[in-house]
Design a protein around this ligand. Structure first.
Ligand SMILES: Nc1ncnc2c1ncn2[C@@H]1O[C@H](COP(=O)(O)OP(=O)(O)OP(=O)(O)O)[C@@H](O)[C@H]1O
Length: 320
């Protein structure tokens, strides 16, 4: 668990700072890089996320997701580049760090403490602490306040950790794999609780996950990290609106691929199935092809299979 000057689920906050500082972007990374000895975990990562979004960081094992989130939370320092949160460089001011709650992969709770002890601890450390929210939420979830944390199920522990992080009333909640090791029902419940908290508070949320299907209805901004680089960063609706699954004659596929970026290309002797990036609002007129929408999962998988493909801010080629 981390407290004090670094952001943690118990880190202190400052209401005065939050109300007096304009927030052009919740998160801005510029050419961010992190090297561990000879290994670059992240390289040249630039992205901007507006405030109020629920951002999913997705990528394969070792892509750099945890490293990115630890840099955002100010828990480690970049080797290159910078991160700004709400216009402030991370790590420069205690007040800026205090606006962030970080929920680590290993749920920073003390097994020997009761749930009520954990709430008292959070209350003690956080000027913005919302005790009635925390107690009401845990009561609604039927989590006994007098139970020791070590005696709770994994799903209940995840809910307690999330409650403490939200009760801190952060402007930015960063969660590294909050759904790891939870069964499907617990994953669904935690995401539902998170969405309720977002609707109530309008905080910005950044979370990482391997399971894209868990994020489909929850996240409105997608970042795909692959091999330490940002492959996609954008609004989910816009990404879905600018990608099409095209099915048509294989002999015409090269012509289509010459006109627009093709992320995945599957061909048989007669038919080609292409996942292509198009311009928003541009209809597909060619009757020899059928064009259909893609799911978030199809889109992410197609990019992950093509680490050289990117979708960063705007497509440059259009359909004709
Ligand atoms: N403390 C560290 N020391 C050395 N190398 C590290 C350290 N932390 C991460 N790495 C390396 O940096 C790279 C990115 O790791 P990171 O944990 O950020 O990826 P990830 O996307 O979160 O992976 P996973 O999904 O498996 O949790 C990997 O090659 C990893 O081995």
């Amino acid at each position: 668990m981390t407290a004090g000057r670094t952001a943690g689920i118990f880190g202190g906050g400052s209401g005065e700072y939050a109300s007096s500082t304009p927030s052009p972007a919740a998160l801005e990374a510029v050419r961010l890089g992190k090297r561990y000895r000879s290994t670059w975990a992240l390289r040249d990562c630039s992205l901007t996320v507006p405030a109020g979004r629920v951002v999913a960081f997705v990528g394969p094992n070792g892509a750099g997701k945890s490293t990115f989130l630890h840099l955002v939370a100010g828990l480690i320092a970049p080797t290159r580049g910078s991160v700004r949160l709400f216009g402030e460089p991370v790590g420069q001011r205690a007040e800026a760090l205090a606006r962030v709650a970080f929920l680590a992969q290993d749920k920073p709770l003390y097994d020997g403490f009761t749930v009520a002890d954990m709430l008292r601890f959070g209350h003690h450390l956080n000027p913005r602490w919302d005790d009635s929210f925390a107690r009401q939420r845990l009561t609604e979830l039927d989590i006994p306040l007098n139970r020791k944390v070590g005696k709770l199920s994994g799903g209940q522990q995840a809910q307690v950790a999330l409650t403490i992080a939200v009760a801190k009333r952060p402007d930015l909640l960063v969660m590294d794999e909050p759904l790891a090791n939870l069964d499907p029902v617990a994953r669904h419940d935690v995401m539902r609780s998170l969405m309720a908290a977002v609707a109530e508070t309008q905080m910005t949320v950044v979370l990482s996950s391997h399971v894209v299907s868990d994020l489909t209805n929850a996240c409105d901004w997608l970042v795909v990290l692959n091999r330490g680089q940002v492959q996609i960063s954008g609004e989910v609706d816009e990404l879905l609106a600018t990608h099409r699954l095209l099915s048509g004659p294989a002999e015409l596929a090269d012509g289509v691929a010459a006109r627009m970026p093709v992320i995945s290309d599957s061909r048989s002797e007669r038919q080609a199935d292409l996942l292509a990036r198009t311009s928003p609002g541009t209809p597909w007129h060619d009757p020899r092809w059928t064009a259909s929408g893609v799911s978030l999962e199809e889109l992410v998988l197609a990019y992950l299979r093509r680490p050289d493909a990117t979708s960063l801010p705007h497509p440059t080629l259009t359909l004709s």
